[in-house]
Structures are given as C-alpha cells and as structure tokens.
Write a new protein. Structure first.
Length: 167
C-alpha cells in the first residue's frame, strides 16, 4: 500500500466487515487533504482517505473543484449523507466516497468482491441471486473465508458490463 492511502489494516478490516452488510453509510467528518483527497470518517467508526483526483479531472461536472483552493472548501453535508462544496452546489454521496475508498485501498480478492457488491448496490441476497450461488457463499467470498473462483470474478465483470449496457 502506498503512503498516499494511509489506512491501517485494522481499519480496513473493520470497514470491509461493515461493508458486508449493504446499509447506507453516513459521514461524521470530512476534511480536505493534499492531492485532491478527503479524509473521511463514518458513523460506524470506519474511515480513511479517498482520492477524488481522477473523478475531478475526468468529470466535467466536477471541473470547478480542479482549483486546489476550491477543493479545500469541502464540508460535511447537513445530515452526513454527503461531502459538499456549497459555493458550487456540488455534492458527493457518502456511499460513493465509501465505495471509492474501499476500492482504492482493497488488497485482497475478498475486498474487491465486497467493493463490487457495494458499487452495484447489491445486498448479500441480491448478489447471490445474480451470481447463482447461495447467500452463505457470497458472505464467505466477502469475508475471505472461501476463495473466489475465477469464473465468479469473470461473472462479476460480465454482470457489470451487462448493467452498463442496459443503462
């Protein structure tokens, strides 16, 4: 893990454990840090640093945040559901920040599988239905208790592509 993402293994494990349940994350703190990143804390006690640099420089809607001074104006949304930049009426949801943080810091296949579920808003039951496996198997994949077969990894990629084409 690079120094860019200072995120302890304990915190990551705790965050991934909480992420095995699909619940709407709620922020308790948002602090702009260097290189277009935010330090975020969630109501469940998890947190870390999430880089928004790629999103900011690839999304026209986030163009105002390309100025470091503008980016540094990030604040916690009123109810903790988003980070926001009031001057520009820009909000980034807590669920997006959590998924990006987990994806940027995931190191194991189990972490990446959990990120896939979160990114696509799939509960354990929904993921099991989509992949044609039991809920218990999906849970075991997400916790790392069971190795994820290459066919399931490919199915996740294909499922996402299918959803993208439908959308």
């Amino acid at each position: 893990m690079t120094a860019k993402y200072r995120f302890s293994n304990f915190k990551m494990a705790r965050t991934m454990a909480h992420a095995t349940r699909v619940t709407r994350p709620r922020l308790t703190a948002v602090t702009p840090v260097a290189e277009f990143s935010l330090s975020v804390s969630f109501a469940d006690g998890s947190g870390g640093t999430v880089s928004l640099k790629e999103s900011i420089f690839n999304s026209p809607g986030l163009a105002p945040l390309r100025d470091p001074a503008a980016f540094s104006g990030a604040v916690l949304g009123e109810y903790g559901w988003e980070a926001e930049w009031l001057e520009f009426d820009i909000q980034i949801g807590a669920d997006t920040l959590l998924a990006d943080m987990l994806e940027q810091n995931s190191q194991t296949p189990a972490d990446r599988f959990t990120v896939w579920r979160i990114r696509n808003g799939l509960s354990l039951a929904a993921a099991s239905h989509e992949l044609g496996v039991t809920v218990r198997t999906v849970s075991a994949y997400g916790s790392g208790a069971r190795p994820i077969p290459r066919t399931v990894e490919l199915a996740c990629i294909g499922w996402e592509e299918e959803q993208r084409r439908k959308g």
